[in-house]
Design a protein around this ligand. Structure first.
Ligand code: GLU
Length: 410
C-alpha cells in the first residue's frame, strides 16, 4: 500500500459512514492542484544536480492551502499527495481556517552543505511562487526543513513580491515567527496525550513513555512529557536508541547528544534499535519519526496500551486494525500532531496584524484548541462507538464536505 492509498483508505471509510454522495467523495478523494517542478542546484563542487520538487494543494474549501515542506529522499509525488490530504483533515479537525497542502523536494538534506540547501530552497520557492501566497497557500517546516529554510523561502519570495512575512510560517522569531512555534507540535502531542489519559482513566504522571524520533517533534515531546511528570524510558534517532527502565536522565542525554550527534550509545541507558523501541514494554508509545513504522510485521508485538501518532502516518491501515483488535488505543496523527499547524495559524494571524503575541498567549490558545479537539474526538468515538481515528476522520471530513457544499462546489 502506498502512502496515498493508506491516507485514502481512512478517508473512504469516513465517506462511507457519512454517506457522502459520489460527487463529494470524488472531489475530496483527489488533489485540487498538483505542481511538479525541476529544481536545478549548483553544488559546491561546481556540478549541477536537478532535484524534483512538488507542491500539492489538496482541498481549499475551508480557507487558504496550508502545510509543510519536506526535504527527504522518499518525498515523491505519492508521499506528498498523501501528506497534503492529511493536512486537509488535520486543519479541519483542529478547526483552523485553512485547507490542506504539502510540498516536498526529493533530496537528502543531511548530505548537502548549508550553501547547497539555501540555493535549493531559493530555487524551489521561485518555482512554486505562482501557486503560493498569503491568502492562497502558506508553506511551513516539515521533515528535513526548519526555521532557517523558512527564512530563505521568505527572502526569496520577498525579492520577487516585496516584504511578505505571512508567506510562510515556522520562521525564526526575529523575522516574524511566533514565539512557541518551534516546540508547538511536541507541546500539542503532550497536551493531547494528557487529555487522552484523562479520558481513558489512566495517569499521565508516572506513565512510562517511549518516543521514536528525536527531531523537532520527538525532542520537544520528550522534554515536555518529562516536565509534565511522565517517565521517558526510551528515545531513538536515526543512529539508534537508548533505554532505561527507571526513566532517562534527559539533561545528561542532551549533553551526550551534543557531543556524539545521536542519542545512541548513551552511558545512562541500554542500547536498542528503532525496531526494538516500538516493541518495548511501556504505557505510551509515541512514534515521532516517519510514516509506516507500525505495520503487519510488528503490530502484534506492540506492548504499549496507548499509541500516539506524533509523526504523520506511522501506523498503516493493516496495523491499525490489528491494534484496534488488541484494544490498544491509537490517538491519530491528524489530532495528535496538530499543534504545529495550530501555532502556524497564530503566526499567520500575527503577520497579518503586524503584532506579536506573548508566549503565554500562544501556549494558552494552543492548549485550549488541543483539549477541545481531543475531547470532541473522544465524545464522538464514545457516542458513535468508533475508534478515535474513525471519529477524527468523521468530524474532519464532515466539516470539509459541508464547506464545499455551501461554497457551491457540489
Ligand atoms: N508540517 C507540519 C504538519 O505536518 C506543520 C504544517 C504547518 O504548520 O503548516 O502538520
Amino acid at each position: 500500500m502506498t502512502p496515498f492509498e493508506a491516507a485514502t483508505f481512512f478517508f473512504h471509510k469516513a465517506a462511507d459512514r457519512l454517506r457522502l454522495n459520489d460527487h463529494r467523495r470524488e472531489i475530496l478523494a483527489s488533489s485540487y492542484r498538483e505542481l511538479a517542478v525541476q529544481v536545478p542546484v549548483r553544488m559546491d563542487d561546481g556540478s549541477i544536480q536537478v532535484f524534483r520538487g512538488y507542491r500539492i494543494q489538496h482541498n481549499g474549501a475551508r480557507g487558504p492551502y496550508k502545510g509543510g515542506i519536506r526535504y527527504h529522499p522518499s518525498a515523491d509525488l505519492d508521499e506528498v499527495r498523501a501528506l497534503a490530504a492529511l493536512m486537509t483533515w488535520k486543519n479541519a479537525l483542529i478547526d483552523v481556517p485553512f485547507g490542506g497542502a504539502k510540498g516536498g523536494v526529493q533530496c537528502d538534506p543531511r548530505r548537502m552543505s548549508s550553501g547547497e540547501n539555501q540555493r535549493l530552497s531559493r530555487r524551489f520557492t521561485a518555482m512554486i511562487s505562482y501557486v503560493i501566497g498569503v491568502n492562497r497557500d502558506i508553506p511551513a517546516p516539515d521533515m528535513g526543513t526548519n526555521a532557517q529554510t523558512m527564512a530563505w523561502m521568505m527572502d526569496a519570495y520577498g525579492q520577487k513580491y516585496g516584504y511578505t512575512p505571512g508567506i510562510v510560517t515556522g520562521k525564526p522569531v526575529e523575522l516574524g515567527g511566533s514565539p512557541g512555534r518551534e516546540e508547538a507540535t511536541g507541546r500539542g502531542v503532550v497536551i493531547c496525550t494528557q487529555e487522552a489519559t484523562k479520558r481513558l482513566g489512566t495517569d499521565f504522571a508516572g506513565a512510562r513513555i517511549a518516543i521514536q524520533g528525536f527531531g523537532n517533534v520527538g525532542y520537544w515531546a520528550t522534554q515536555l512529557a518529562a516536565q509534565a511528570g511522565a517517565s521517558v524510558v526510551a528515545v531513538s534517532d536515526v543512529g539508534g536508541g537508548t533505554y532505561n527502565s527507571g526513566g532517562l536522565d534527559l539533561e545528561a542525554l542532551s549533553r551526550h547528544r551534543l557531543e556524539s550527534e545521536t542519542v545512541a550509545e548513551f552511558a545512562g541507558g541500554e542500547k536498542l534499535t528503532n525496531e526494538d523501541l516500538l516493541e518495548l514494554d511501556c504505557d505510551i508509545l509515541i512514534p515521532a519519526a516517519i510514516q509506516d513504522v507500525i505495520t503487519s510485521r510488528n503490530a502484534d508485538r506492540i506492548k504499549a496500551k496507548i499509541v500516539v501518532e506524533a509523526a504523520n502516518g506511522p501506523v498503516n491501515p493493516v496495523a491499525d486494525q490489528i491494534l484496534n483488535d488488541r484494544n490498544i488505543v491509537v490517538v491519530p496523527d491528524i489530532l495528535a500532531n496538530a499543534g504545529g499547524v495550530t501555532v502556524s495559524y497564530f503566526e499567520w494571524v500575527q503577520n497579518i496584524q503586524q503584532f506579536q503575541w506573548e508566549l503565554q498567549q500562544v501556549n494558552d490558545e494552543l492548549h485550549k484548541r488541543m483539549v477541545a479537539a481531543t475531547d470532541a474526538v473522544f465524545d464522538r468515538s464514545e457516542s458513535e462507538k468508533t475508534t478515535l481515528r474513525e471519529a477524527a476522520f468523521d468530524i474532519a471530513v464532515d466539516r470539509v464536505a459541508h464547506a464545499a457544499e455551501i461554497r457551491g462546489y457540489v
